[in-house]
Design a protein around this ligand. Structure first.
Ligand code: ADP
Ligand code: PAZ
Ligand code: K
Length: 257
């Protein structure tokens, strides 16, 4: 079985695959102090709970937090007796090289989204990923990552308001019925929700204006469905795009190593 690990700045997701068949997925907070033994206790208990035997033969990791990779390598060595593929490291091949400014370290999550989107749609794609940051990844006709946009994440924006302004509470993002808020929480929700709708529309429209071919827009990340409700922002919403991209890069390495 293949274990795909996607570490974002907020959450870490483990996802188990048997060939191309999805088996199970588990989510935990990203903490760089977590040791290999702690990962193992958490993962093995959840697998047992699901009744899935742990037969991990291969592991692939994408991490936007470099510090967590060390303990994940120890986990793989100690408990799975394998060396993980780590996206962005020289010994993990990419199907297509990114075309960006020399010296740029593209976020591995964006390279993985690119591989997943190209495999499903065949290029000319904008991937909009609602994570800690909201990223727009432009996937060229040949599957290369050719750049994009990084905007503050939805929850990060709400958290920033709360942190910086004494009178603003912590609030969760929802879709407000009206735009004119008649209390503080409603005003904040309106600012972030409708501000974000505008951000996604404007940024994707301008990317399309700069690009010389038709493009599809794919939304991913936990908050994509909320923003898509009642608005035409995306051509597709694919929750599993990052995990799919990890399986694509893993297969490419197996076939080309
Ligand atoms: N389905 C969801 N509903 C509401 N908030 C969500 C959902 N999924 C993720 N979030 C929130 O979105 C933010 C980004 O989460 P996540 O997508 O896991 O980011 P990352 O990949 O950067 O770790 C977090 O604050 C998380 O709590
Ligand atoms: C932009 C990001 C912080 C997004 O991370 P995430 O929201 O998935 O935690 C990550 O892709 C990153 O650290 N990128 C490095 C810079 C770049 O991609 O150009
Ligand atoms: K992201």
């Amino acid at each position: 079985m293949l274990l795909c690990i996607d570490c974002g700045n907020t959450n870490t997701v483990f996802s188990v695959w048997n060939g191309s068949e999805f088996v199970a997925t588990f989510r935990t907070a990203t903490e760089h102090q977590r040791t290999a033994d702690q990962y193992w206790v958490w993962f093995s208990q959840l697998m047992e709970h699901r009744g899935v035997p742990i037969e991990i033969g291969d592991v692939i990791v994408s991490s936007t937090v470099p510090r967590v990779v060390f303990n994940l390598r120890v986990l793989c060595d100690r408990y799975f007796d394998t060396r993980p593929y780590v996206v962005g490291k020289p010994d993990c091949l990419l199907p297509v090289q990114p075309r960006v400014d020399a010296g740029t370290q593209v976020g591995p999550d964006r390279l993985v989204n690119t591989a997943g989107a190209f495999d499903r749609h065949g290029g000319d794609i904008i991937v909009v990923d609602f994570g800690t940051a909201t990223t727009f990844d432009v996937v060229a006709h040949d599957g290369a990552y050719v750049g994009g946009v990084i905007a503050p994440g939805v929850n990060l924006s709400l958290e920033a308001l709360h942190m910086a302004a004494a009178a603003l509470p912590h609030v969760d993002v929802t879709r407000p019925q009206k735009v004119i808020g008649t209390n503080t929480v409603a005003c904040m929700q309106t600012g972030v929700f409708w501000g974000y709708i505008g951000l996604v529309r404007e940024v994707t429209a301008r990317i399309k204006g700069e690009y010389d071919r038709e493009m599809r827009i794919v939304g991913t990340g936990g908050l994509a469905p909320l923003f898509a409700s009642g608005e035409v922002l995306f051509d597709d919403i694919e929750d599993d795009l990052t995990m799919h991209g990890l399986t694509v890069i893993h297969r490419y390495n197996k076939e080309n190593a």
